[in-house]
Design a protein around this ligand. Structure first.
Ligand code: UDX
Length: 463
C-alpha cells in the first residue's frame, strides 16, 4: 500500500520505517528540509535502537523514501499519517497549529480519495476539526475519511514496540476507513514480518497477536491521553509510596513488588525515581487536564499526579544536602542526563533539574551519559565536565548521583570508583541498585524509599 507519513520526529520516523518494514511503500516528509537531507544521507536525528538498520533495509528495498516536497508526497499516496508535533502552549494546552497546517496542505494537494490518519497525540474531538479543515480547504475533487490511530511507542524501544504492541487502537467512522486500517496493520496482527528487533521471524521472538481495538474516533483519541495519564499516575503513586516507606522505615522495593504482583495492578511503571520526564507524559498530562476542564471536568486527581512529580527533584536535592551539607565548591559525579534510559532525549529530563540545582548551589559537576552528552553540551551551561566513561565521574567527587536508569551503570567498575572519590557516597535517584550492593564496595548508599546502607568495612587482613 502507498503510504505518506508527515512529520519525521520520534513517532513519524519510527512509524514510517516500520510500516515500510512490513511491506508498504512509504514516503516520509517533513517541513524541516535539513532533516530530510540528513535522512537521505543515512543520518538520523535521534538515537533509537535498531531504527538505523530498519531504515537502511527499507531504503535498500526501495520501500522507504524521504522528501521535503510534502505536496508531492501527499499527491502520491492514498493514505496519509499525520505525525507532527503537538507541543504545549503556555497554558498547558496542546498546540494544534501544525496539525491544522498539515490538514490544509492535504486538502490542497489531494485528489480523489484519501484516508487521513491522526497519529499525533491530540485532544478528543480533533478528528472532527481535521475533517472540517479537509472539506473546507479542498481545492479539487476530493473525498476523505479521517481516522485516529494513537501510537504507544516508547522512545528507545519504539521499533520493538511497533512489532510487539499490546493493542492497536484505531478510531474511524466508516467501514472503508476501518477496512483499510486493518489492511495496513495486517502483517503485525498476523505476525507476518521479520521482526526488526531480533531479525527473526515473529513467532521466534516472543511475538503475541495484539488486540485489535476498533472504536469511534473520539474514543481512540481519549484512549491515548487516558493511557499516558494513567501511567503517569502509577509512577507518582509509586513515588508517594516510596516517600511513605522512608517515613515508616519500610523498603519501597519490597512494598512495590508486593503491590505489582497483583495482576490487577501489574508490576510495570512502579519504579520510584526523581520523576517522569520526556516530551510525552508531562505534556500529555497537562493537555488532558486542560482538555477535560474545557469539557467541564475538574481532573483534580491528575493535578495531584503533576504535583507529586514536580516535587521529586526538590526532594532528591534535600537528600543531597542532608549528606553533603554545603554544596559550594564540592564535586558531584552525575550518571545520566537523558530523561530515561535508551534514548538521547533530554526534553524535560528530571536529571537536568538536579544538575541545574547543583550548579545553582555552586557545585562542580562531572557528568556522563551513554547517549545524551552531545545534547547536554549545547543545552546546559555552567561548570560541567563531560567524562568519557562512567567511571571518570568519580574522580575527586564528594558523591555520585544516579539520575537516569541506564542498566550499564550497574556494570561500571564501582570498586575502582570508590578509590577515586573524595568520599565514597552514592545517591541513587532511580533505585538502580539494591541496598547493600554498593556498600560492599565501600560506599555509603542512599536510594529512594529505603533506609540508607552503610559502607561495609573490608575484612581485616589475617597475618
Ligand atoms: C511514553 C509512553 O510510555 C508511550 O506509550 C507513549 O507513546 C509516549 O510516552 P516515553 O515518553 O518514551 O513513552 O517514556 P516511558 O518509558 O513511558 O517513561 C516516561 C518517564 O517515566 C521517564 O522519565 C521514566 O524514567 C519515568 N518512569 C517510567 C519512572 O519514573 N518510573 C517507572 O516505573 C517508569
Amino acid at each position: 500500500m502507498q503510504l505518506c507519513v508527515i512529520g519525521t520526529g520520534y513517532v513519524g520516523l519510527t512509524t514510517g520505517a516500520c510500516l515500510a518494514a512490513i511491506g508498504h511503500d512509504v514516503i516520509c516528509t517533513d517541513a524541516d528540509a535539513a532533516k530530510i537531507a540528513n535522512l537521505n544521507q543515512g543520518k538520523l536525528p535521534i538515537f533509537e535502537e535498531r531504527l538505523p538498520e530498519v531504515i537502511a533495509a527499507a531504503v535498500a528495498a526501495g520501500r522507504l523514501r524521504f522528501t521535503s516536497d510534502g505536496n508531492a508526497a501527499i499527491a502520491a499516496a492514498e493514505t496519509v499519517f499525520i505525525c507532527v508535533g503537538t507541543p504545549p502552549d503556555a497554558d498547558g494546552k496542546a498546540n494544534l497549529a501544525a496539525v491544522e497546517a498539515v490538514a490544509r496542505q492535504i486538502a490542497q494537494n489531494a485528489r480523489g480519495y484519501r484516508l487521513v490518519i491522526g497519529k499525533s497525540t491530540v485532544p478528543v474531538r480533533t478528528g472532527d476539526q481535521i475533517k472540517r479543515v479537509l472539506t473546507t480547504y479542498a481545492s479539487g475533487r476530493f473525498e476523505c475519511d479521517v481516522a485516529s490511530n494513537p501510537e504507544f511507542l516508547r522512545e528507545g524501544t519504539g521499533v520493538y514496540d511497533f512489532f510487539h504492541p499490546d493493542r492497536i487502537v484505531t478510531g474511524s467512522d466508516s467501514d472503508r476507513a476501518a477496512t483499510r486500517l486493518r489492511e495496513i496493520y495486517a502483517p503485525v496482527l498476523e505476525g507476518r514480518f521479520q521482526c526488526g528487533w531480533h531479525q527473526q521471524a515473529a513467532s521466534a521472538c516472543g511475538w503475541k497477536p495484539p488486540a485489535w481495538v476498533a472504536t469511534s474516533i473520539k474514543s481512540a483519541e481519549l484512549i491515548k491521553h487516558a493511557s499516558n495519564s494513567f501511567l503517569s499516575m502509577k509512577i507518582s503513586y509509586a513515588n508517594a509510596i516510596a516517600d511513605i516507606c522512608e517515613l515508616a522505615g519500610a523498603d519501597s522495593s519490597e512494598v512495590l513488588r508486593g503491590l505489582g504482583l497483583d495482576r490487577r495492578i501489574g508490576a510495570d511503571f512502579l519504579r520510584p525515581g526523581i520523576g517522569f520526564g520526556g516530551f510525552c507524559f508531562p505534556k500529555d498530562l497537562s493537555a488532558f487536564i486542560e482538555m477535560t476542564a474545557e469539557l467541564g471536568y475538574d481532573f483534580r486527581l491528575l493535578r495531584e499526579v503533576q504535583a507529586v512529580n514536580a516535587r521529586r527533584v526538590e526532594q532528591f536535592m534535600r537528600k543531597v544536602r542532608e549528606e553533603l551539607w554545603v554544596l559550594q565548591g564540592k564535586t558531584l559525579g552525575v550518571l545520566g542526563l537523558a530523561f530515561k534510559a535508551g534514548t538521547d532525549d533530554t526534553r524535560l529530563s528530571p536529571a537536568y533539574g538536579v544538575v541545574r540545582e547543583l550548579l545553582r548551589l555552586g557545585a562542580h559537576v562531572r557528568a556522563y551519559d551513554p547517549q545524551a552528552m552531545e545534547r547536554a553540551r549545547q543545552e546546559l551551561s555552567g561548570p560541567i565536565e563531560y567524562c568519557e566513561r562512567a567511571e571518570d565521574v568519580a574522580e575527586g567527587a564528594d558523591a555520585i548521583l544516579i539520575l537516569t536508569e541506564w542498566p550499564q551503570f550497574r556494570d561500571a567498575d564501582w570498586p575502582a570508583m570508590a578509590n577515586r572519590m573524595a568520599r565514597a557516597l552514592v545517591l541513587d535517584g532511580r533505585n538502580l541498585f539494591e541496598p547493600g550492593e554498593l556498600s560492599r564496595h565501600g560506599f555509603h548508599y542512599r536510594g529512594l524509599g529505603r533506609a540508607p546502607s552503610d559502607a561495609v568495612a573490608a575484612p581485616a587482613l589475617s597475618s
